[in-house]
Design a protein around this ligand. Sequence first.
Ligand code: SAM
Length: 301
Amino acid sequence: MKIPHPVQYQGSKRNLAATILEYFPPNIQTVIEPFAGTAAISVATAFQNRENRFLINDLNKPLVNLLRGIIEQPEETANAYEKLWHEQQSDSIGHYFAVRDEFNRSSDSQLFLYLLARCAKGAVRYNNSGDMNQSPDKRRKGTLPATMRKNILGVSALLKGKCEFSSSDYKVILKQATKADLVYMDPPYQGVCGDKDSRYYAGINHDEFIESLAELNAQGISYLVSYDGKTGNKNYGEKLPKMLNLTCVEINAGRSSQATLLGRKEITIESLYISPALTKRLSQTQPKKARQLTVSESCYA
Ligand SMILES: C[S@@+](CC[C@H](N)C(=O)[O-])C[C@H]1O[C@@H](n2cnc3c(N)ncnc32)[C@H](O)[C@@H]1O
């Protein structure tokens, strides 16, 4: 059985989820995703039949409302998508722009689902005022309603009744974490253009993020961070400092789609940082896994 995923989202961890989950200890109370995006890690965790709860947070409110709709009201969400999808038939491009204008006025998450499925490269973009400004895909009309429905119902079957949703800054969410939880963080790549990255609704400040991680360390919280990446010889974003005492593993994320477009066969490597408390928890519960953890010097600033 395949893990269901209704939409593509830039930076989604759906392809790396199985590897990342290898570092999840047993007996987690709540899986907390402060930068949930499309919550690929929560979906994959539930797919493994783990008995835990989920806290799904993202600063992008329409995105969180969309996830809530997919998980808690799947039929209604799938029906709304089907209706919008059929409405595009006579003038697909004009229809897309009308839906986009309406979404930028109303922030309606059902419209957002259609835009995510229908926009160019499956990648949302935002202008400086926070409006969604990505163009439509001129060649494709978006996921077929029957496929979308199947994926929505699949995600709902995995997560319904197990989640708390919120749309706050990640720092607010980190305050809720306890030692029994596991926090998985996948912040937007920094280094692209300071705090603001047009690929996401918001960005984060590197130094503040490091301060937050140091606070989590002081409280003994178990966390994982997917942070920087490199494709070929090019590094994206700043690395995390050694003083955080994180263990780091490098994950082969496969062919970079950007490099493939440019005719290069480059592999993307992503770093996964493991908190001291989690490393300790793993050594108690999965000693074999913990022994495999080697510190890769190239992960640190
Ligand atoms: C790399 S994406 C996460 C992708 C996710 N792992 C997935 O599988 O879909 C980063 C997310 O962080 C969110 N974000 C950016 N700044 C944030 C902040 N200060 N607090 C919470 N979320 C934030 C963005 O809206 C974006 O959805």
